[in-house]
Design a binder for this molecule. Structure first.
Ligand code: KG4
Ligand code: ZN
Length: 414
């Protein structure tokens, strides 16, 4: 689906004069560089304005990020025009900071890589318009990036990981399991049928008013749940993991969210408090929701590993599971996945937390991967559009469901 929001384009395109001024502000003298492939990555698909310069060996030469989390926490969620405005206000500064830190002059870049799918239309539009102006002025190639592909490939920047490997991407907007066979060669094994786990955790955190909690007021919903869960007892609530009878690798989180909503309402009545005040059982609820989420994610991932092993899709001597996306920074969920990888003799790898959430480095690195593979490098950007919705790879989730693999029960003592 190709969608171009005309309004977004009209407002977010920087003028030619502004881009020229911006480029003139760099006074670096091109030095002798050891590696000639240098990519500037730009990310604006959701609520982070981020940029980075990475070389072909994976050295991060410069990076900058502006997070909108605090603003969106106050409004109780992302309001797309607000996100768009904040991207517009910050993109030039962030790109400038990343380039200045890298000491790379724009003329030395091999290409500019920018997220163009999937994401919020208004947010994607800002990054794309800015990047198109930049590459047209610089006469450099443009590399359009799929946000989820970038999350999946980040591990190859930090670790020596060969294709194929299995990837679990869990964030605020996405939830999928895929087999990565190459830079742009993915088999989709399963995805969320409704909302993503980060979205569910954000909603639960908001319903629990954790923003008013002195220890959590600046944290994202998922992080606040993880923090509070440490003080709670998960056994005080018994939430059933979703989709227990569906023998596939799909996920679901909205049913769980509604069950928790009902429990919170009931507890508010019992404690005689108003909506908006913090329940005395908030930490126990956080611990139970985190546990149920971890078990659900672990079970689906376990089935995906067994499916890949059954079909001989993973490396036999060293099967690798990579977990990334904002929710992958959750250490409890990681421990649940560790139980699964230990039981299936797989290696579990996660990028460092900073690279699990949205950032410019992963976009620049995806640009390097594509440059090296000679894939999707555009010298003519005519007709390039952003795509708010875009699946990842070839969907074989039906085949996975038909295999109906029974997953042995594991002791989830986390
Ligand atoms: O990857 P990301 O930065 O943005 C996208 O959604 O693409 O992920 C943000 C999500 C939010 O929903 C946030 O609540 C969640 O990741 N998150 C966490 C943790 N840190 C961030 N969820 C669980 N535990 C965490 N520690
Ligand atoms: Zn993301």
């Amino acid at each position: 689906m190709l969608i171009l929001n005309k309004t977004a384009r009209m407002f977010s395109t920087p003028s030619k004069r502004k881009i020229c001024e911006f480029l003139r502000s760099f006074h670096f003298h091109p030095g002798k560089r050891l590696f000639h492939k240098l990519v500037l990555g730009i990310e604006t698909s959701c609520d982070d304005t981020a940029a980075a310069v990475v070389d072909e060996t994976g050295n991060v030469l410069g990076e900058a990020i502006h997070s909108q989390t605090e603003v969106h926490l106050k409004t109780g969620g992302i309001i797309p025009p607000v996100a768009q405005q904040l991207h517009r206000e910050n993109i030039q500064r962030i790109v400038q900071e990343a380039l200045s830190a890298s000491k790379v002059s724009p003329s030395e870049l091999s290409a500019v890589a920018t997220t163009i799918k999937p994401g919020l239309a208004l947010s994607l539009g800002v990054g794309l318009s800015f990047s198109l102006q930049l590459v047209n002025q610089l006469k450099k190639p443009f590399i359009p990036i799929h946000h989820m592909e970038a999350h999946a490939l980040t591990i190859r920047l930090t670790n020596k990981v060969e294709f194929p490997f299995l990837v679990l991407l869990i964030s605020g907007g996405h939830c999928l399991l895929a087999l990565v066979r190459g830079v742009s060669d993915f088999l989709l094994l399963g995805k969320s049928l409704d909302i993503a786990p980060g979205d569910m955790l954000d909603k639960v955190a908001r319903r629990l008013s954790l923003i008013k909690h002195p220890e959590c007021s600046t944290m994202s919903g998922g992080k606040a749940i993880e923090h509070l869960a440490k003080q709670g007892n998960k056994l005080h609530f018994d939430f059933k993991p979703p989709m227990q009878r569906a023998k596939n690798c799909d996920f679901s989180f909205s049913g769980l969210q509604h069950v928790i909503d009902r429990i919170i309402m009931q507890k508010e009545k019992e404690e005689g408090i108003e909506k908006g005040q913090i329940l005395s059982s908030a930490a126990d609820i956080a611990a139970a929701v985190q546990h149920t989420t971890a078990c659900h994610i672990a079970k689906r991932t376990h089935r995906a590993i067994l499916f890949c092993k059954q079909r001989d899709l993973l490396c036999q001597s060293n099967a690798v599971l990579v977990v990334s996306g904002g929710v992958a920074s959750n250490l409890y969920i990681r421990k649940a996945l560790e139980i699964v990888t230990n039981a299936t003799q797989c290696t579990l790898l996660c990028p460092p937390p900073k690279l699990c959430t949205d950032n410019g480095i992963m976009i620049a690195w995806n640009g390097i991967e594509r440059l090296r593979a000679g894939l999707g490098i555009l010298h003519d950007t005519e007709g390039i559009r952003y795509e708010p919705k875009c699946p990842l790879g070839v969907d074989i989730s039906k085949e996975v469901g038909e295999a109906a693999i029974k997953v042995p029960r594991l002791n989830m003592k986390i």
